[in-house]
Design a binder for this molecule. Structure first.
Ligand code: ZN
Length: 50
């Protein structure tokens, strides 16, 4: 089953897409993806691999 990968800004509730995508980090237990919204809020999502 695929996870929903769309992210929402924690500051203004805007949809974050590839235009806002900033950085990905794999820390071993899942990939963190950093999105920077136009409002300046940085939202981090975690993508876990089973
Ligand atoms: Zn925002």
């Amino acid at each position: 089953m695929l996870e929903e990968l769309t992210a929402t800004c924690e500051g203004c509730d805007a949809d974050l897409d590839e235009a806002a995508f900033g950085l990905a980090m794999d820390l071993g237990d899942g990939e963190r993806r950093l999105y920077e919204c136009e409002c300046g809020t940085v939202t981090v999502t975690v993508v876990r691999e089973s």
